[in-house]
Design a protein around this ligand. Structure first.
Ligand SMILES: [Zn+2]
Ligand SMILES: [Zn+2]
Length: 374
């Protein structure tokens, strides 16, 4: 029996080899090219699953990246394609503003990267926000001006005037990669001046693969919108472990999917920052996002006498959630991987305390929540 199978396999193999050789001969004879469909890959979007929260649309955004029009390595079109493929809905290309475009063989001005990317963004249905990065050495730092009308008008020698010129155009100002300011002894003097004038609206609590947990409290104390962006210069494939994590992004809870909708949400601080497997934001929005992603089933009693039961927990999102239950009903730590379910043992019914250990609502403080299990 086994011998027969082997000889059948040999026959199949022979036929396969013969027909493939024949295929090559045939195509070689008629001189036509052979399309290797097994190798070709169309441009496809890998959807990132993050549910809407209450009546708000969850938009996946990256408000910080560069192109050849400053110190980046790619043409503006590619930023749009990369963003669309990796599941984003919104990007801002924010090339450094200062001085003329100085790359060899390249002309244009501070609006060029936006102008070049606009057409393809429209084609892919990606929202492109006009912006630029105001760039100064410490103690000033770097600031993204978003929703600009004319980026060229922001180029000014004095950093305060540059930011003021952006604000006059209605820009949203985000403090980028806020490294601790050694020269000023962490006093943030320049930032305080901006805050007094109402010229600072957001702060990056993550930039690329760098996380600034100490800035969560600073951002909250100063009533700023919390942001997290890629600050891409090269190819996205070369800068992040995309096989393990989604690219860094700011989740924006908008009333509508439009530029105005995004601006309204940023002004009202409805954001959550997702970087690596960490979630950061205001307690209200982290909590709402958690309950939109994670669904708790009803307790099913398995042993009436001993009050033992089980319960299914489902994570419908692509965000991994690390949770720790405590209390008499449920205890223990669980990692809810993207789009997965787990069965958890229960004892009785009632209140259970949940610590979400990868979700940060303050510097050094996780989201703590409670739910009643029936
Ligand atoms: Zn920068
Ligand atoms: Zn940058």
């Amino acid at each position: 029996m086994q011998k027969q199978t082997l000889s059948t396999m040999k026959k199949i193999l022979f036929l396969f080899l013969f027909s493939s050789i024949l295929g090559v001969i045939i195509s070689a004879e008629d001189n036509s090219p052979v399309e290797l469909t097994q190798l070709a890959k169309p441009i496809v979007r890998y959807e990132v699953n993050v549910p809407n929260v209450e009546e708000y649309i969850t938009l996946k955004c990256d408000f910080h990246m560069h192109t050849v029009f400053s110190d980046g390595y790619v043409w503006p079109d590619l930023r749009v394609i990369e963003a669309w493929v990796t599941g984003l809905d919104v990007i801002a290309i924010t090339d450094h503003i200062e001085g003329p475009v100085s790359r060899p063989f390249l002309s244009g001005d501070d609006n060029s990267s936006y102008e070049l990317a606009r057409g393809i963004a429209e084609q892919y249905g990606l929202i492109l926000i006009k912006g630029g990065e105001i760039t100064r050495k410490q103690p000033y730092g770097h600031y993204n001006a978003l929703f600009l009308k004319d980026v060229n008008l922001v180029d000014h020698e004095d950093p305060f005037t540059a930011i003021e010129n952006a604000v006059k155009q209605g820009a949203f100002i985000q403090w980028n990669h806020p490294e601790r300011n050694s020269e000023m002894g962490n006093q943030f003097e320049f930032q305080k001046k901006l805050l007094e004038k109402g010229y600072l609206h957001g702060v990056e609590i993550s930039n690329g693969s760098v996380w600034y947990p100490h800035m969560i409290d600073w951002g909250l104390e100063n009533n700023l919108t919390l942001m997290g962006n890629s600050d891409l210069h090269g190819l996205i494939l070369g800068e992040f472990q995309l096989d393990k994590f989604q690219r860094p992004m700011t989740l924006v809870f908008a009333k509508e999917k439009s530029e105005q909708g995004i601006r309204e949400a940023l002004d009202n601080k409805r954001t959550v920052v997702w970087v690596a497997d960490l979630i950061n934001g205001r307690e209200e929005w982290v909590s709402k996002l958690f309950y939109a992603c994670v669904r708790f089933g009803k307790v099913q009693i398995t042993n009436d006498e001993r009050k033992e039961g089980k319960l299914v927990i489902e994570n419908i999102s692509d965000i991994p959630w690390s949770i720790k239950f405590s209390g008499p009903v449920m205890a223990g730590s669980y990692r809810l991987e993207p789009r997965s379910s787990q069965v958890v043992r229960t004892k009785g019914q009632g209140n259970v305390k949940i610590a979400v250990t990868n979700a940060w609502i303050k510097t050094g403080a996780n989201l703590q929540t409670e739910m009643n299990l029936e």
